[in-house]
Design a protein around this ligand. Sequence first.
Ligand code: PLP
Length: 360
Amino acid sequence: MDDKLMLMIPGPTPVPEQALRALAKHPIGHRSKEFEAVIAEVTENLKWLHQTQSDVLMLTASGTGAMEAGIINFLSPGDRVIVASNGKFGERWAFVAKAYNLTVDPITAEWGQALDPEQFRQKLEADTNKEIKAVIVTHSETSTGVVNDLETINRHVKAHGEALIIVDAVTSLGAMNVPFDAWGLDVVASGSQKGFMIPPGLGFVAVSAKAWSAYKTAKLPKFYLDLGKYKKATDKNSSPFTPPINLIFALQTTLRMMKQEGLENIFKRHERQMKATRAAATAMGLKLYAPDHAAARSITAVVTSDAEQIRSIVKKRFDIVMAGGQDHLKGEIFRIGHLGFVSDRDILTAIAALEAALQE
Ligand code: PLP
């Protein structure tokens, strides 16, 4: 890839120089004492990022691998699960659940709209026989730039008492508050090329004590993604299979940077950049796809029939890459990523480039 390119997409996100240098180091043996120390530090800091004392496990997989692990370790064939969808990644949850013969009970909202927590309450309250084993939801829907009200949805799941809450936090973790323990979440999946500020290749799954109890009786087939193996190894600062050593070096570096910045500051930065991007787009007469109350912190989707032309001008003239729309939104929207290693100056640059592109 051209060094000059500035990535303003919702992943892969830009990678800081320190992390690039870590990627360029000579690998070390993954069964060495030195690497055990790296895993110990990274695991501790992953727990800090997830705001949890529970387990956070690292898989050599993209975010989708973490999602799949999040389903197959805790459920059995035929289990009834609520799968929420208001965009491409919600749909992906349903594909995974169906691939494993789960009984999918959908809750949907139009693309561009947030899920209605009330629908969860009604379905869960009606389930007096406690047949619903899990509620599966995307927190930040990257395809539309909409954030779902996970806190309220989760409150309804907690009131049900039985069902696990399984969350795709791929573009919310490290961008906004997803307090695993304080909210009592059960399974949270994410991926390295997002708020973690490193290249793709690692998936993360946080697992609660309640989810581990479900693991004991879960009967879906698994081998590589068997999280029991990862827990056993992680407890000894090890990994069940050969991990991507250099990616983990890079993660060690970025987690240190994140700790230095502090969670609150990270969340504030993403919120500030989201607001700046939305205000600028509106001032330029552009229409935003997500409503203000459900605007994702990590991505802003703009509606315009010139989406592809604008992206092409911004790339050609300014070496800035913005994302297009996915599926039926291709050509209808473009998306500006403000996730991870993005400075306020980057946002100003992207906004100025957008303004110039609109004048062509
Ligand atoms: N979920 C969300 C919300 C995403 O944004 C993405 C990727 O963009 C994924 C899941 C899938 O992650 P991956 O492409 O790393 O498998």
